[in-house]
Write a protein that binds this ligand. Structure first.
Ligand SMILES: NC(=O)C1=CN([C@@H]2O[C@H](COP(=O)(O)OP(=O)(O)OC[C@H]3O[C@@H](n4cnc5c(N)ncnc54)[C@H](OP(=O)(O)O)[C@@H]3O)[C@@H](O)[C@H]2O)C=CC1
Ligand SMILES: CC(=O)N[C@@H](CCC(=O)OP(=O)(O)O)C(=O)O
Length: 343
């Protein structure tokens, strides 16, 4: 199979390219820019770490892309695919989009949280939200790959919500991310002297993953109304930790919690349930794993669930490859690294 990537010069595109190079079903990778008239560039010139990968990055041309590839990946910032993908959607061409452009079903939500107009509602309806563990049967040709914080949070929340184990009004998610989550462009908050030995809570109550998380929660339980969610930047390169707090419903025991997580993740190749052994980021870095663990406080009747992922793998390119495998009916683990890069 031949696959195309737009955005291979960015962080998640770099990781996607690297994974696809080793995917046994992929015979060729074709790279494209995001403009029709851009000058020809080469991957190894743009990404020094990829010296020797002398692949041209050709101008965007949807007709040629569909002729040359079996599937296209967008690893571009929000606001790009909603303008470029329309001919591919009209042709039902397989696309996996790492950006947020097609995740939210309601255009008004996108306008509110992304501060720009959304794609048309009819086009949004053609995309499936690709949270792999809960979207195993891929029936649509357009996959909206979930956001990194949303992936860690939703995998941690799912059994609690689907099995109605906690009071929805009590839910609080405190998430932390490494700096690569912000992409390759330099900003004042990704400056070494700003974030080194620092922790910075940003976009409080304004993060665009809030509606994404809530949309999925409401599919699991229509009573879900809101989520209290915060994001903190921490001085590591890769990794997300989402710490989830919730009041356990009357009569629910720690054993019920254990049973629920085992029920949903026992056969999931990329979710490791660690029970009361609380996970840490370094145990998943470089892998497509999401590690989950929990603690229960009998005095407050609160459960704390900890969810960790590598934002560039399970939070972006790794989950995109998982979606690719599901879409094409390859074993879900094909082409994905099994073990983290520990230590
Ligand atoms: N980083 C992460 O951990 C995660 C990222 N994502 C999503 O994946 C997508 C890519 O993110 P990431 O790899 O971090 O981003 P980067 O900023 O590192 O890379 C962006 C890529 O998109 C290209 N691009 C295309 N159009 C534009 C444009 N209008 N402005 C700027 N760049 C453009 C860039 O090309 P050029 O070479 O021209 O700069 C580059 O290849 C985003 O939608 C992001 O939200 C999702 C989950 C996690
Ligand atoms: C550390 C950091 O800045 N993280 C980014 C993560 C966003 C992301 O990558 O997700 P999307 O695909 O939804 O854009 C942020 O908080 O905006």
């Amino acid at each position: 199979m031949e696959i195309g990537i737009i955005g291979a010069t960015g962080y998640s595109g770099n990781v996607l390219y690297n994974l696809m190079k080793q995917h046994p079903q992929v015979t060729a990778i074709n790279l494209y820019g995001h403009q029709q008239d851009s000058a020809l560039r080469y991957l190894d010139e743009e990404v020094p770490a990829f010296q020797g990968e002398r692949l041209p990055i050709r101008p965007f041309n949807p007709t040629k892309i569909m002729q040359e590839n079996d599937c296209l990946f967008f690893a571009t910032p929000a606001g790009v695919s909603k303008n470029l993908a329309l001919p591919l959607i009209d042709a039902n061409f397989p696309v996996i989009d790492l950006s947020g452009d097609f995740r939210l079903k309601d255009p008004a939500d996108y306008l509110k949280w992304y501060q720009q107009p959304a794609a048309a509602k009819s086009q949004l309806a053609q995309a499936a939200y690709g949270l792999c563990e809960f979207n195993q049967q891929v029936t649509k040709s357009y996959i909206a790959n979930p956001g990194c914080y949303a992936t860690a949070t939703l995998l941690g929340l799912a059994p609690l919500i689907i099995e109605h184990l906690v009071d929805l009004k009590s839910l609080i998610v405190d998430a932390k991310s490494g700096v690569s989550g912000a992409g390759k462009k330099l900003s004042s908050s990704s400056h070494f002297s700003f974030i080194n030995e620092n922790a910075w809570l940003y976009k409080l109550n304004q993060h665009k993953h809030i509606p994404e998380i809530l949309q999925q929660m409401q599919l699991w339980d229509s009573q879900a109304q809101a989520i209290q969610f915060s994001t903190t930047l921490i001085p590591i390169t890769r990794g997300i930790m989402a710490t989830i707090y919730a009041q356990v419903k009357s009569g629910i025991t720690p054993n019920d919690i254990e049973t629920a997580y085992q029920k949903y993740y026992q056969t999931a190749p990329f979710v490791r349930w660690r029970g009361t052994e609380l996970p840490m980021i370094k145990n998943v870095t470089g892998s497509n794993y999401c590690d989950l663990g929990y603690g229960y406080n009998p005095t407050t009747k609160m459960v704390t669930v900890v969810s960790v992922i590598d934002n560039l793998l399970k939070g972006a390119a790794g989950q995109a490859v998982q979606n690719f495998n599901l879409m094409w009916h390859f074993p879900e683990t094909t082409g994905l690294p099994q073990l983290p890069t520990f230590p």
